[in-house]
Design a protein around this ligand. Structure first.
Ligand code: HEM
Length: 466
């Protein structure tokens, strides 16, 4: 989709379903957002007008290259997503303009490939700990893999970011985050927002949860400032960064905001992607068996190392295909500073524009059998033959996910280590349903049983002991 060089004022309005005043099509959309948005594109095309959202107009754009990349300076993060400010303050994910550029410059080196590479041993140790606890679970006892992946991804993040080891603190942060997540999700499409000082139960719970998160994060920052012996984690890297232009490091408040930003963006999405991946593998035994072949030939039962990751190509393709069907960050929004023309249509200034990888990733224009799970679509050749913005689970343009390498590294390690030990089976009759909130969660979790993989070592071990 390209901008045409005519004045925005003479281009036509995009088509779309007629909605109510003030709330437009929000009631229909909120009933089943994934279906509603997918249908809207099928019925109306690449740019759809979804009516009003309070004082603003709401649009859906399914080919987002122009907005995310070509004219990104005209598009700031959508106001509805900025409710996240109440958690992350002025952190990177909501900052704009010069302050965003400064923060991104400061944080980028922390997420560089070689820095993330240094965390691999950290990660594999944490995955092994989860597998140790799994080894005492019988193959007839179901467990919710979404909860398991949430705990694992959160443990990995909290240890890599803050070196938190205390189980009590991890569980306190866990509970506080659940409350904060619920509050944020309720704010996402709200047209009328009650200020936080109104003492509703939801507001009070949120304020309390934020108090807990702040207390823990500030305690850690204080103790780092007082101690010269800092662990080798992401926080230490952030504390060691200095702005090239001003020569200044981060203040306690900036550190707090960036820690909360990384915490907010850094485990929910990966956990959801992993849970969907186990679900998809259980439904497609031929894919699981190709995955096993690769794991056997590259690792043969070993714990993966940084050097193994480029060789685990099929493991990566499985994750990429899983993120096509279930992109953890299934939606985000932008607001245009000035009126613009997108795909030949006029978009008035200060509109809300929905960008949904979920919708684009299932467009028949880009994908032959969009609903099928087929990792072969991610061979080097297939990926190169597609337009760049047919697939964007990590976004694109200047705001592209800063944690992409971290997430891919962690997810490849988890899939490789878990799949070498277990085959996961979906519990028959368990309802699997998408819950499109802030991230794309499975609404009822994903109940699965664990079947230990029989390795040659396991088969021969008893005989050898005789
Ligand atoms: C599978 C896992 C992940 C997915 C699908 C994902 C997806 C995304 C997407 C789509 C964006 C762009 C949002 C926009 O343009 O408005 C984004 C931005 C961001 N992500 Fe991720 N993310 C993942 C993991 C992570 C991790 C592990 C971290 C940190 C450790 C992280 C930190 C961030 C931050 C800080 C931003 C804001 C970047 C900016 O505005 O400059 N993400 N992510």
């Amino acid at each position: 989709m390209h901008k045409q060089s005519i004045s925005p004022r003479v281009s036509k309005a995009p088509p779309g379903p007629i909605g109510y005043p003030i709330i437009g099509n929000l009631p229909q959309m909120l009933r089943n957002p994934l279906q509603f948005l997918t249908n809207a594109v099928q019925e109306y095309g690449e740019v759809v007008h979804l009516g009003a959202m309070g004082p603003q107009q709401l649009y859906l754009v399914s080919h987002p290259e122009y907005i995310l990349q070509e004219n990104s300076r005209n598009y700031i993060k959508g106001e509805n997503f900025k409710s996240i400010k109440q958690v992350i303050g002025n952190g990177l994910a909501v900052a704009e303009g010069d302050s965003w550029r400064r923060e991104r410059r400061l944080m980028q080196p922390t997420f560089h490939r070689h820095r993330v590479g240094a965390l691999v041993t950290f990660m594999t140790k944490t995955i092994s700990q989860m597998l140790d606890t799994w080894s005492s679970i019988g193959s007839d006892k179901p467990l919710d893999v979404f909860t398991q992946m949430m705990q694992l991804a959160q443990n990995i993040l909290l240890k890599s970011l803050l070196s938190i080891d205390s189980e009590d603190e991890i569980s306190e942060m866990n509970q506080a985050w659940d409350t904060a997540y619920e509050y944020l999700s309720s704010q996402l499409w709200a047209v009328f927002k009650l200020p936080l000082w109104v003492p509703t139960p939801k507001n009070r719970a949120f304020v309390q949860a934020m108090g807990t998160l702040d207390r823990i994060v500030y305690r850690i920052i204080r103790s780092r400032r007082e101690n010269s012996n800092s662990p080798d984690d992401l926080l230490s890297m952030l504390m060691d960064t200095y702005d090239e232009e001003s020569g200044q490091g981060m203040s306690d408040k900036q550190l707090r905001d960036e820690i909360m930003t990384i915490f907010t963006g850094g485990f929910e999405t990966s956990a959801a992607v992993l849970a969907w991946t186990w679900y998809l593998l259980s439904l497609h035994p031929h894919v699981e068996s190709r995955l096993q072949d690769e794991l056997k030939s590259v690792l043969n039962g070993r714990t993966p190392t940084l050097e193994d990751l480029p060789k685990l190509k099929y493991t990566r393709m499985v994750l990429e295909e899983s993120m096509r069907l279930y992109p953890g960050a299934w939606v985000y929004t932008r607001t245009n500073l000035q009126a613009d023309e997108v795909g030949g249509y006029h978009i008035p200034a200060n509109s809300v524009i929905i960008i949904s990888p979920y919708v684009t990733h299932r467009l028949p224009a880009f994908w032959e059998n969009p609903e099928d799970f087929d990792p072969e679509g991610f061979t080097k050749e297939q990926a190169a033959a597609r337009p760049r913005y047919a697939y964007y689970p990590f976004g694109g343009g200047p705001h592209q996910c800063i944690g992409e390498i971290f997430a891919m590294t962690e997810m490849q390690l988890i899939v490789a280590m878990v799949a070498q030990k277990y085959r996961l089976h979906l519990v028959p009759g368990h309802p699997v349903e998408e819950e499109p909130m802030f991230t794309l969660r499975p609404r009822h979790g994903i109940l699965m049983t664990l079947e230990p993989q029989i390795s040659l070592g396991d088969v021969y071990a008893p005989d050898m002991q005789k």
